[in-house]
Ligand binder design. Sequence first.
Ligand code: ADP
Length: 327
Amino acid sequence: MPVMVIGRDDRVGAVNPALESILGTGLVGKHYISALRQPSVVEAITTLRGGGAAGTVRYISRDGAKDTVYRVTVSPAGSDIVLSFEDQTASEDAGKMRRDFVANVSHELRTPLTALMGFIETLGGAARNDAAARDRFLGIMAHEASRMTRLVDDLLSLSRVEEDERVRPREHVDLPALLNSVIKGLEPQAADAGVTVVLDTADGSEMVQGDAGQLVQVFTNLIENGIKYGASGGIVKVTIHPRAMDLRLRAQAVQISIADKGEGIASHHIARLTERFYRVDSHRSREVGGTGLGLAIVKHIVNRHRGRLLIESEEGLGTTISVFLPI
Ligand code: ADP
């Protein structure tokens, strides 16, 4: 832990190398005001010198591209003062992520709730005796309620996936069989959207170590996205490539790619697509029943399988998302 000692003469008496990596070298002998410079810390020392209590303050080191936030404890040690620095960046980032997440979830739930409450009010009042309006409103209410259900389902699966991310799955799964059944399950949705889903694979089985339920979720999400966002291309092609050495994973891996010929994704969005609630077009996503959590869930499951995800897309030409699973 970075530590600094200030002597009774208010000059820096000693520092350790960890502290030098934050504040630089050549501090010993300098007055603490010129060594530390940030008012919060200087004030805490002055308070202590004036007979006040020990305390903790924030110190922000602006070094390079990113700020590092330290919690500095200023405490007396005889007639010296000891400053110890604790890096808070990780916990502050985690705190911010948690706050953002709660804000996002609340916002996502509020939209359907507001609609539901509006319709409940209308049904109790103006539309009470209007059978046609009642039927239409009930239809919309069912739609909004199922949106909330989908969101809650996705939130729960995200938290489950995060929970067991460190436990490597042990089942053995036959990929062609699994993909065939996923594609079968999505047939009605594909037909509605006018999309044909085809599976391209060599004959026979291709086994990977995995969690069958979670892999079904991965491929359902990816193929569903291909149907939802790639419908204009009319086809979603699922390919199981022959196993090969993957340099990034440093292991033999099988690559499963899901390719559509839809509108594609602009390159500046690609790196952020697996963030929770990140969507290229939120209106569009809501319209097709998206929660914005699908790819976040996919990424966590692929991580749990020690695999990797590759998103390639070209605007106007289509999107190919590949999952590499080590075998
Ligand atoms: P959603 O529930 O909104 O579909 P996802 O996490 O599954 O959330 O996807 C995030 C966003 O990525 C989508 O809102 C969409 O903008 C974009 N996206 C995902 N797959 C495709 C695709 N095959 N083609 C174009 N855009 C896609």
